[in-house]
Design a protein around this ligand. Structure first.
Ligand code: PLP
Length: 462
């Protein structure tokens, strides 16, 4: 299996190099050169399998010869062993024809664990075999950083440094990053905001001498291996509701477009997905774009669903690539325009996108009201990101086709908004109930490239 860049001007790579590289050298994102197909019989045969067995069958064709069958099975087992629900991604019924796919039973209570836990295992295995070490540096506004720390903590061939904006993440998010005691984990509280964290991260990747010296690697949401891991739960949930005989719809609370793009891949592989709906909060660039208003950056407005507060959805580039029939030059031209503010999508490409993706948005008030209404109608307490999805799904669903809304985080991760909406303070799951008592380890650091690089050089392989 070969991977090609969305901008058509980078070397083709196999799965393992695609995963270890992250971003392509022409600035593009890697996509598979062809999309493996699962026929009706292959999909029907998933019925009754464990999550891990389903994961093996869905992902195997994408991995090529990077891992043997036995190795890949073993790494999948390890990735999901720490989840606290035997089904890994259980479905819960909210209303007739409307289901929640609970993706928050992993170690950091958000769906990012599905991909991070797997790539932690895949990275470690590949690096140990090559006799290499890497330094993973990430910037986070909350969920990605803790998921990366949980995935890479204690792994012998990896050091992980996570930058987060000092004083601007929730207490649960901060404690999830600062309480793991492993020596290869470093939580860095930067004096600045999330944009500063991202800018310093970019600076480090652009400093080639530094990048090579510490063997910098990235695991942000554009990493193809992360997208791939997320394809699995579209299959497992659709099959439990009757696929391939019955189509299902999905609504996905969306920020960087990685999760919903995984649903697109599932459909392209042959899963009968009816509607695939992008749900945004008040930062609605994707909703506006799919409504024909072009893709233009504005100001990010902080919301109660902070993991969806984005201006530019990095994985949307992959959808644009397919909407332009794989024309890398066309994608590269659009990305140049984006650098100076935005672009309009051509009529043909827009029609293709609109055939593939529906969209909707939820305001802050609508999000709060949906948390309250869902508790009242179904007894379920949902997080604000999930509430954005539930609100949009209710508008977009098409009975009798069942709609599955992805529940992207546990309500206890965002207790303030949940309590404001519902009057109920969501408790942490028992295995984490001592999070507020664990001791923290964090380094406060200036918003200064030199200081950051010194710290990282001084702590790799420590
Ligand atoms: C990251 C995240 C999202 C957005 O997912 P994308 O793949 O970036 O679209 C939604 N909800 C939660 C809780 C998240 O952590």
């Amino acid at each position: 299996m070969k991977y090609i860049s969305t901008r058509g001007n980078a070397p083709e790579l196999g799965f393992e190099d695609t995963m270890l590289t992250g971003l392509a050298r022409d600035g593009g994102l890697y996509v598979p050169a062809g999309i493996p197909q699962m026929g009706r019989d292959d999909i029907a045969a998933l019925a009754g399998l464990s999550y891990e067995d389903t994961a093996f069958r869905v992902m195997r064709p994408f991995v090529g010869d990077s891992f043997s069958d036995a190795e890949f099975r073993d790494l999948i087992e390890r990735a999901y062993a720490g989840f606290d629900h035997a089904a890994r991604a259980p479905l819960k019924q909210l209303a007739p024809g409307h289901f929640l796919l609970e993706l928050f039973h992993g170690p950091t209570l958000a769906f990012k664990d599905f991909a991070m836990q797997l790539i932690g295992q895949l990275f470690q295995h590949a690096l140990a075999r090559r006799g290499e070490r890497v330094t993973i540096v990430g910037a986070t506004s909350g969920d990605t950083g803790s998921a990366a720390i949980e995935a890479f903590r204690g792994l012998p061939n990896v050091d992980v440094f996570i930058l987060f904006p000092h004083g601007r993440v929730s207490e649960v998010q901060r404690r999830q990053m600062t309480t793991p005691a492993d020596a290869n984990v470093h939580a860095l509280a930067l004096d600045g905001d999330f944009d500063d964290c991202q800018a310093r991260l970019k600076d480090m990747f652009n400093d080639f001498a530094f990048r090579d010296a510490v063997k910098l690697a990235g695991v942000n949401s554009i990493n193809w291996a992360r997208v791939l891991a997320q394809v699995v739960y579209y299959f497992s949930s659709a099959v439990s509701l009757g696929a391939p005989d019955r189509p299902v719809g999905f609504t996905v609370p969306t920020g960087n477009f990685g999760d919903v793009f995984a649903g697109y891949i599932a459909r392209r592989m042959g899963l009968p997905v009816d509607r695939l709906v992008v749900a945004t909060n008040q930062n609605d660039i994707l909703h506006r774009c799919l409504n024909g208003q072009g893709y233009f950056k504005g100001e990010t407005r902080p919301s109660i669903s902070p993991s969806m507060d984005i201006q530019v959805s990095s994985n949307f580039e992959r959808a644009l690539f397919y909407a332009h029939d794989g024309d890398g030059r066309a994608v590269a031209a659009l990305m140049d325009e984006l650098a100076s503010g935005g672009f309009t999508v051509s009529q043909g490409a827009l029609e293709t996108l609109r055939e593939q993706f529906g969209s909707g948005r939820a305001s802050e008030a609508e999000t709060l009201a949906t948390i309250a209404a869902t508790l009242e109608n179904s007894g379920e307490l949902i997080c604000p990101h999930t509430a954005v999805g539930v609100k949009v799904a209710e508008e977009m669903r098409d009975p009798p086709v069942p709609m599955i809304t992805l529940a992207t985080a546990h309500p206890a991760k965002f207790p303030a908004a949940v309590e404001e909406a519902s009057g109920v303070f969501p408790p942490l799951p028992p295995r984490m109930s001592d999070l507020y008592e664990r001791s923290e380890r964090v380094t406060r650091i200036a918003n200064d490239l030199g200081d950051l690089q010194d710290f990282i050089r001084g702590h790799v392989g420590a």
